[in-house]
Design a binder for this molecule. Structure first.
Ligand SMILES: Cc1cc2nc3c(=O)[nH]c(=O)nc-3n(C[C@H](O)[C@H](O)[C@H](O)COP(=O)(O)OP(=O)(O)OC[C@H]3O[C@@H](n4cnc5c(N)ncnc54)[C@H](O)[C@@H]3O)c2cc1C
Length: 512
């Protein structure tokens, strides 16, 4: 029997109820209004947040989110395209590219947003827009399990595109006991699982480890960690989307890194706090029309790759990485110039290191576009190998580049007064003692505060953790890479083996 909670939520969760309001690409004011009208169920420091647009811990990130949506209307030729169904202008990150030119146009649109946040908001909405575009393209794959699932993916994608909604997503189970599967934890409902199934949908109970950008409209709840046992893991095998105000759904936030909201003191944290939250499903009802994958372990395990979703998401990630690396190179260069350390060779070497990283990322993006081919769904899919190389490399490059900022900035990263100090009685001391080779104190301090927020603050540390892990455990990603390229690596080993054999044969051919 479905619970009363389930019956009540059914109307609100259903896609069909929301379908009517399509209007194409949104503007910032609409983002804020929707978050006020339908607040995500966010908990912060033990209290439910009633209005994320006015909450001190969250409003900086929410404001930036709104600015991003305004930005797409300031660059409509780059950021938008005509919807194939309505003719309205919609976000280009929903495009299913059919040609190399269209694919490149998606890159350019994503770069506008990535630049705006210097790559520091990994979850700008185009990340999931690309995922859902991939899933919709691969709808026939989902339909093989149940025709409804394919139809749901297509319908939801169109709903998302035409309403320009913003999504978060959650994939992994809670970090309780990583040596055991979800089914073998201390409590089988620790990881979110299906509690009951009805004619109308499913009821989900349990938890998912993380969702970045809970300050969004809806959540994509998809499988991630490889499911192994068809019997045990089936209740954990699903993919669906629901609104963030669905009854029973709760986001428990970490502490904000947007302290004090001063753009001067916290230039990045006060603007780009996208927030991370644990997601609790307290008997959440999910209608069948919101479900794309269900109880089919093999299909869940294959879905990201077969539909192309993972490729399209990684494409967005690489664009973000380029924007982020450009920012780091610009910042490092500003630091160097401000305090006049460009004369030292190791400083030049460090700048060169960031430059090489940037060119490497750009080259991998270009290769992925140049080698793109039409996939089985007729979508121009970027080549996977360069993207895979980039996603395995960047978790190593980013922490190192942050280390470089620390090495260049040294104690300057902590000898750093606040906005209040600059407006206080010690301003003459500050003017004198904080001057630099090529900047007076008032110009030097904001540069160093920016470097501090990049390399030292809670915001900066969270960025490092993000880059290390957000796309998955780097160790297991490397394992998957080696497994995926087994034949290629074996072929290379064979060539080297041939050479070794020749050497050996040469040395011992005359042995009696
Ligand atoms: C800032 C941030 C934002 C994120 N945002 C999102 C989000 O929006 N949505 C989302 O779904 N996820 C998100 N993630 C989660 C991300 O997917 C995970 O961090 C990643 O998959 C690794 O899982 P884990 O953090 O649970 O680490 P764990 O799996 O718990 O690993 C902990 C340690 O144990 C090792 N380990 C564990 N199991 C194995 C194994 N089988 N083999 C070898 N080593 C193992 C790992 O290498 C690691 O060193 C985010 C993560 C971070 C840090």
């Amino acid at each position: 029997m479905m619970s009363a909670k389930g019956e009540c939520s059914m109307r609100e969760n259903s896609l069909t109820g929301n379908d009517k309001h399509s209007a194409g690409a949104r503007k910032g004011a609409q983002i804020l209004q929707r978050l006020r009208d339908r607040p995500p169920s966010i908990w912060y420091r033990g209290e439910q947040v009633r209005d994320v647009t006015a909450h001190p811990a969250l409003e900086g990130g929410v404001q930036t989110l709104a600015e991003l949506y305004d930005l797409q209307w300031r660059n409509p030729d780059v950021s938008l395209y005509k919807s194939p169904t309505t003719g309205d202008l919609v976000a280009r990150s929903f495009m299913m590219p059919r040609t190399h030119e269209e694919l490149h146009s998606v890159t350019k649109a994503m770069k506008v947003w990535a630049n705006y946040a210097f790559g520091m908001m990994g979850r700008v909405p185009d990340y999931i827009n690309r995922a859902m575009t991939g899933y919709a393209a691969g709808a026939p794959f989902l339909a093989e399990a149940d025709p409804r699932f394919g139809e749901n993916a297509t319908r939801y994608y169109e709903y998302l595109r035409e309403n320009d909604l913003c999504l978060t997503h959650t994939l992994i189970p809670p970090q309780a006991n990583r040596a055991a599967s979800s089914a073998n934890q201390a409590d089988p409902f620790l990881a979110a699982r299906v509690k009951e199934e009805t004619d109308a949908g499913i009821v989900v109970r349990g938890c998912r480890m993380l969702a970045t950008l809970p300050i969004s409209d809806e959540i994509m709840v998809f499988p991630s960690t490889l499911l192994k046992s068809p019997e045990e893991d089936a209740p954990y095998a699903f993919g669906f989307v629901i609104p963030n105000d669905t009854p029973g759904l709760r986001f428990i936030c970490r502490e904000s890194v947007d302290y004090g909201r001063s753009h001067f003191d916290h230039p990045l944290g006060s603007r780009f706090e996208e927030m991370d939250a644990v997601v609790v499903f307290d008997d959440v009802f999910v209608p069948w029309e919101n479900i794309f994958l269900y109880r089919d372990i093999d299909r869940c395990n294959q879905a990201y790759a077969r539909t192309g979703a993972v490729v399209h998401m990684t494409h967005q990630v690489l664009v973000k990485n380029i924007a982020k690396t450009e920012f780091l190179l610009g910042l490092a260069s500003l630091l160097v110039n401000t305090i006049g350390v460009e004369v030292f060779q190791h400083i030049q070497e460090k700048l060169a290191e960031i430059w090489v990283n940037l060119e490497t990322m750009k080259a991998l993006l270009r290769a992925s576009e140049a080698d793109a081919t039409l996939d089985e769904w007729g979508v121009m899919r970027p080549a996977w190998n360069p993207l895979d190389a980039a996603r395995n490399l960047y978790p190593k490059l980013y922490p190192r580049m942050v280390e470089i900022i620390q090495q260049i900035g040294a104690s300057g990263l902590v000898a750093m007064p606040t906005e209040a100090d600059l407006k206080g009685p010690l301003v003459d001391d500050i003017k004198k003692y904080y001057q630099a080779a090529r900047a007076d104190a008032f110009d030097r301090i904001p540069i160093f505060r920016l470097a501090w927020d990049t390399a030292l603050s809670a915001f900066g540390s969270r960025q490092v953790l993000y880059e290390r892990f957000f796309f998955g455990d780097p160790v297991r990603m490397a394992g998957a890479l080696v497994a995926g390229h087994g034949a290629e690596i074996k072929e290379l080993a064979g060539r080297v083996q041939e050479f070794v054999k020749t050497t050996k044969d040469e040395a011992f051919s005359e042995t009696p």
